[in-house]
Structure formats: structure tokens, C-alpha cells
Design a protein around this ligand. Structure first.
Ligand SMILES: [Zn+2]
Length: 470
């Protein structure tokens, strides 16, 4: 009898514990289970990812007043894993103000995203890759683009209205581009630092006391006479690798490449823009994913003078250490390791997740253009790479003492000297520790800034060509 009573009370307890789940449809065989839900908010776009053990099919529609995106997912039962989505939306998300989920029919889950502004959504699936299983992705782009880069393009299109002759139209277009560029630069940057510096290029920061005590003082910067005269702004594109769904490499203690390189890029931006003549375009300034060709396109849109991609990858042995600098190759890679690294970096789009179905004609034209790498670009990139490698070699050890070449997709802007800097191997425990250290990051930033300055000292930027860019 005692046994029976205990059994019945246990049965009641089990029923009570189960109660909340009875609201959800029972998981049918063949129904997908949620592995994880993630939200990546950014000004450019917000991404929502639903990762599951089986492929999911979704339909969606938009509703106005108030703006909502409704997504129906087939073959899915409401589960605590999916409900987590509600808590994952940040209060400062630029696109999503709230999420509701419900079981619409026994086999369809409905997600309603309450929107802060009208969106142009892209909804697509990704097959398993790297550590991910199946992913259903919603990218919420603004319907009305506030992106300053697109604003620049639009201003170009609007430009030549009042002019009459072709020459006048050309002139009007050119000045509109100049205005738009100036405006863009003001928009993307905070006001320049006080005009204290008379030198047109950044100077190395004073060495920190510890370094000064342990090292001889660096040689003075080149004489003023060697400094170029620059009568226009220099635009440098800084490209922190990976981001969002793509963490990049992860160190033995969990440090993520995407976070380290963003931190280094922010510091480098600050360092470079201390010079009133320099503006920096960041291909990403937060933790979201940017496809490789989009990084190149952003740099080309502002006609950047340089493109510097910053990484801290893993290598196939934890012993590997030291920094490397890569430029594009128009043929074979200069070493097996360089080829391996390029393949690894080029896989970022697969891990980060690109909507291949949405490839527009524009994107195809851009891709074709980017395949036309030029010998001149590579020559200039090698010069830039050499200067940067020389400086980084003073901070830490180098993996290879010369600039290496391979087919990195992100270095393919045919008209912009472009380098990819592997600052260190995050897979090496010692280097991971260094990468985490703000002082070491500062030294790296000094080395990068000095290398860039030395390149410009020897290769002053020409008058800006107003060629058409995509
Ligand atoms: Zn990387």
C-alpha cells in the first residue's frame, strides 16, 4: 500500500512537472529538434539563426502597422529551445523590438518578429558546415537603406541633373562624387582629432616604460623632408576578419579570433585617425558577419587607398607561432602553408553563412571584376606587406620572414593595395595569451600603423581617380 501511494504521488508529480510541456505539440518522429537559436544585431542588418538537427522549411510574410515579420516553420514543435529566442533579442536591436512564438498548427510553429522599422528580409537555409548543423537564417536588412555607403552611390546617381553639355555633366558628376565622399567621411567618422599634428602621417606612440627600459629607443622617424606632401584625405579600409556566426579560430582557452581582431582594428582606427588626413572605413565595427566580397565592395565604394585585413588564425600544429603577412597571388601560392591559410580564410563565407540564392547580377559582375587581379595591385601590396612585416617583426617573432602570396578572396580589389595580416597564431597557448593582453595589442597596432605610414612615405597617394566603382 505504501508503495502504491508513493507510486501514485510520484505519478502526480511527474504530471505536474510535465504540465508546461503539454502546451507544446508532442515531438513527432521526423520532427526537427532545435539545437540553438542566435541573434546577431547590427546597424547594417540583424541576423536570426535557428539551428536544428534537420533541415527546416519556412514561409514568411510581412505585416504593416505595426511592422511585423511572420515566419511559419514546417515540421517543428514549440520547444523551450525555440522559446529562448524571446530572451535573445537585445533591447537595442536596431530592427527587432520583440519576438513571439506559438504552435500555429500541430506541425507548424509561427514566429512573429515585431519590427522597429520596415525591413527587406532574406530568409534562407544553410547545410551543415564546421561545428554547425542545419541553419535557418533570417537576415533583416532595412527596407530604406540608411547605409552611408549606399547613400554615396545614390548621390552619384542623382548628381548631374541641371547640366546640359556632356562636359558639364561630367564635371557636375565629379563634384557630386567629391561632395558625397566628403559627406560620407564625415558621417562614418567622428570629427577629426584637434589639428595638433603638423606631420601628415602618424608617428609611433611613445614606448611604454617597461618596453623602454628593456629595449633601446627606436630610431627617430624619417626626416621631415622625406615625408610626402598629401593634399587630400587618405582612406584606409580596415577589415577585422570573421564575425557573427563565424567565430574564426578559437584559442585553447577559448579566446575567439573575431573578438581579438575587432579589438585590434578599433585600436588601429583610433591610432590612424589621430592624423587629421586619415579616415578609416571599417568593414565591420561590431560582431556580425560580412561576406568576403562585401568587404571588398565596401572598400571600393569609398575608393580606399589601402585594405588591411586583420586575423589571428589557428594553424594545424599548436606549436606554430609568429606573425605573417599575405598578399594576393595571381598564380600558385608561394608555399603550401600560404595556400592552406587562403583556403581556410576563403571558407569564412560558408561558416558565416551567405545567401547564395540572392546573388544578384551586380554581385556576379563584381565577382567577375574581382577575378581580374592586376599585377600592379600585387606589386603595391607586396611593398605595403614588406613595410608592415618589417614593423611586426620588431614586436614579436615572424612565422615567415617574407611576405607570402596566395589566392585570398578578400584581397581581390583590383585597384587597392591589399594585405592580410595574421597577427599571431591563436592556437598557440603563448600567443593566445599575448593576443589577450591589451599592451601586446597596442604594440601590434603601433607596428601596423608605422608600417602603413612608411609605405605612404615611400609611395605617396596619387590624386584620387574618379573611376566608377561597384
Ligand atoms: Zn582568420
Amino acid at each position: 500500500m505504501t508503495t502504491m501511494r508513493r507510486r501514485s504521488s510520484l505519478g502526480l508529480l511527474a504530471l505536474l512537472l510535465k504540465a508546461p510541456q503539454t502546451l507544446a505539440a508532442p515531438t513527432q518522429p521526423g520532427q526537427a529538434s532545435i539545437v540553438a537559436v542566435r541573434v546577431w544585431p547590427a546597424q547594417e542588418y540583424t541576423r536570426v539563426t535557428i539551428e536544428s538537427d534537420q533541415a527546416l522549411a519556412a514561409r514568411h510574410f510581412l505585416v504593416d502597422s505595426p511592422h511585423r515579420l511572420v515566419i511559419d516553420i514546417e515540421g517543428l514543435a514549440l520547444s523551450p529551445g525555440l522559446r529562448e529566442l524571446i530572451g535573445k533579442v537585445k533591447p537595442d536591436d536596431p530592427y527587432i523590438s520583440g519576438v513571439r512564438v506559438g504552435q500555429n498548427t500541430p506541425t507548424v510553429v509561427r514566429i512573429v518578429l515585431d519590427l522597429r522599422q520596415p525591413v527587406a528580409p532574406q530568409i534562407f537555409t544553410l547545410t551543415p558546415v564546421a561545428a554547425y548543423k542545419h541553419r535557418l537564417v533570417f537576415d533583416l536588412y532595412p527596407k530604406f537603406q540608411a547605409d552611408p555607403l549606399l547613400a554615396l552611390v545614390q548621390e552619384r546617381e542623382k548628381a548631374p541633373a541641371p547640366a546640359t553639355t556632356p562636359a558639364q555633366r561630367a564635371e557636375a558628376a565629379a563634384s557630386a562624387v567629391n561632395d558625397a565622399l566628403g559627406e560620407l567621411i564625415q558621417k562614418i567618422e567622428r570629427p577629426p582629432a584637434p589639428p595638433a599634428s603638423s606631420a601628415p602621417l602618424p608617428q609611433p606612440l611613445p614606448q611604454p616604460p617597461v618596453a623602454a627600459a628593456s629595449k633601446p629607443a627606436p630610431p627617430p622617424p624619417p626626416a621631415a623632408a622625406a615625408e610626402p606632401k598629401i593634399d587630400r584625405l587618405i582612406i584606409i579600409a580596415l577589415d577585422p576578419g570573421h564575425g557573427g556566426e563565424d567565430p574564426g579560430a578559437v584559442g585553447p582557452s577559448g579566446l575567439r579570433e573575431k573578438d581579438v581582431v575587432l579589438s585590434v582594428a578599433h585600436k588601429l582606427r583610433e591610432r590612424l585617425t589621430a592624423n587629421a588626413n586619415i579616415r578609416v572605413l571599417m568593414t565591420r565595427d561590431a560582431d556580425f558577419f560580412v561576406p568576403l566580397h562585401e568587404r571588398v565592395r565596401k572598400a571600393r565604394r569609398v575608393q580606399a587607398d589601402l585594405f588591411v585585413s586583420i586575423h589571428a588564425d589557428a594553424f594545424f600544429t599548436p606549436q606554430a607561432r609568429g606573425a605573417s603577412v599575405f598578399v594576393l597571388s595571381d598564380g600558385a601560392a608561394t608555399s603550401a602553408a600560404a595556400r592552406w591559410m587562403a583556403n581556410r580564410e576563403n571558407a569564412a563565407d560558408m561558416v558565416g553563412g551567405v545567401n547564395v540564392g540572392a546573388a544578384t547580377n551586380d554581385a556576379n559582375v563584381l565577382r567577375a571584376l574581382l577575378d581580374m587581379s592586376t599585377t600592379a595591385q600585387i606589386k603595391d601590396s607586396l611593398k605595403l606587406g614588406g613595410e608592415v612585416l618589417g614593423q611586426i617583426g620588431k614586436v614579436g617573432r615572424l612565422h615567415k620572414a617574407k611576405v607570402e602570396q596566395a589566392g585570398f578572396a578578400v584581397l581581390k580589389a583590383p585597384d587597392i593595395p591589399s594585405i592580410l595580416v595574421e597577427t599571431a597564431f591563436i592556437s598557440n597557448p603563448e600567443e593566445e595569451k599575448k593576443l589577450r593582453d591589451p599592451d601586446y595589442q597596442d604594440q601590434l597596432v603601433d607596428a601596423l600603423a608605422t608600417g602603413i605610414a612608411k609605405y605612404f612615405a615611400k609611395n605617396p597617394p596619387m590624386a584620387r581617380r574618379r573611376s566608377t566603382t561597384l
